[in-house]
Design a binder for this molecule. Structure first.
Ligand SMILES: *Cc1c(COP(=O)(O)O)cnc(C)c1O
Length: 363
């Protein structure tokens, strides 16, 4: 029994001197927010690192989703097809924009939306599809695109987990009409709080940019907006972290390989699609029942280890929406657990986690 607490994730923090150097710049400059020099520099560096055509830096990933829905003119009376297997923000963003989420069940292997079940849920009110690239895996983007074209729907991807992921040689963030991501402290790459939008259509990108900053240019009020701007302190954190991201991804990859080697055949895993360059963002395991999951969680907790039931619950069972019509998502949500994974997790801690899981599964 050790006293050390191990959580599902640990926020990477750069050497403090490196952050302080940027603080000095902020003090010298006097500009703390509103598209300042550090946010411009971060945007440039991220576009270059991720090979993106453009990127709108925002205050968080939830606002990125809301802005996408708002900019596409989707609201009251409209339906958005989405997945129940996600973090609550995917659904709450739709509801907050007054639209109706319509859930389509997931593929039990990839854990992403099952494209074969989308068309039966399309109605006259359907305006968009909002799938999630779950845990950095990739949705079936070709099929989703085909369905969207056929029914004249927009596609917004929740790519909150997809930083650094490539699919078919392109950044995961380039797919769909609009792709929204998160740079929250619990994500692979972070700016403390933060988010971003990628959108190939230049006019739409400009709308999104305007809407993220009150919808006006000087005294010219062009469109309804909100305040979703990133600030210079957050941008400074992003600039510091980006320097280390390749190292972070590689070290997480090494930790993932250890889990893989020790847990293969013992627990279930998400099936990553072909043509994917993975980012090692999460380590989900799928157990055979909720009872087994609870046994594993309790045993790990007793040793100061806190994995996370993620995603749980299935969003079609949220008390304020409850459609309860996605049995696969509901089943997997009860049996899936994300194990601790971060760049400096020690081999000893991983061995302890693996040992406890193996002991539980032998009972
Ligand atoms: C984290 C997350 C969000 C929300 O991002 P924030 O930056 O925390 O607002 C949305 N969707 C998914 C799938 C997420 O994991």
């Amino acid at each position: 029994m050790s006293n050390k607490i191990i959580n599902v994730t640990k926020t990477f923090l750069p050497p403090v001197e490196e952050y302080e150097a940027y603080l000095k710049q902020i003090w010298d400059d006097g500009q703390v927010t509103n598209n300042g020099p550090l946010s411009k520099l971060l945007k440039q560096q991220l576009c270059s690192y991720l090979d993106l055509p453009n990127l709108l830096l925002l205050q968080n990933g939830t606002l990125a989703l809301q802005l996408a829905i708002e900019a596409l003119g989707i609201g009251a009376g409209d339906e958005i097809i989405t997945t129940p297997f996600s973090y609550v923000a995917t659904t709450s963003a739709i509801l907050w924009q007054q639209a109706q989420p319509v859930f389509v069940d997931i593929d039990p292997d990839t854990l992403c939306i099952d494209p074969g079940k989308i068309e039966e849920k399309i109605t006259k009110k359907t305006k968009a599809i909002l799938p999630v690239h779950v845990f950095g895996n990739m949705c079936d983007v070709a099929k989703i695109d085909e369905i969207a074209q056929k029914h004249n729907l927009k596609v917004i991807y929740d790519a909150a987990h997809s930083f650094g992921v490539k699919y078919d040689g392109k950044s995961a963030l380039e797919y769909g009409d609009i792709s929204a991501t998160s740079f929250h402290a619990t994500k692979l790459f972070h700016t403390i709080e933060g988010g971003g939008i990628v959108c190939k259509d230049e006019a739409m990108f400009e709308q999104l940019r305007l809407k993220s900053a009150f919808g006006h240019k000087f005294d010219d009020h062009i469109t309804l907006g909100i305040n979703a701007k990133i600030n210079e302190f957050e941008s400074a954190m992003g600039l510091c972290n980006l320097k280390y991201i390749d190292e972070i991804i590689a070290r997480r990859g090494a930790a993932k390989a250890i889990y893989d080697e020790q847990l293969r055949g013992i627990v279930g895993h998400q099936k990553l699609v072909n043509k994917l360059t993975y980012n090692n963002a999460y380590y989900p395991i799928i157990l055979s029942s909720e009872a087994e999951l609870l046994d594993v969680v309790n045993s790990l907790n007793a040793d100061g280890i806190y994995p996370r039931r993620y995603f749980y619950p299935s969003l079609d069972t949220l008390p304020y929406i409850n459609t309860n019509d996605c049995p696969i998502s509901d089943d997997i949500a009860k049996r899936i657990l994300c194990l601790p994974l971060y760049d400096d997790i020690s081999l000893d801690d991983q061995k302890r986690i693996i040992g406890i899981i193996k002991k539980c599964l032998k009972k």
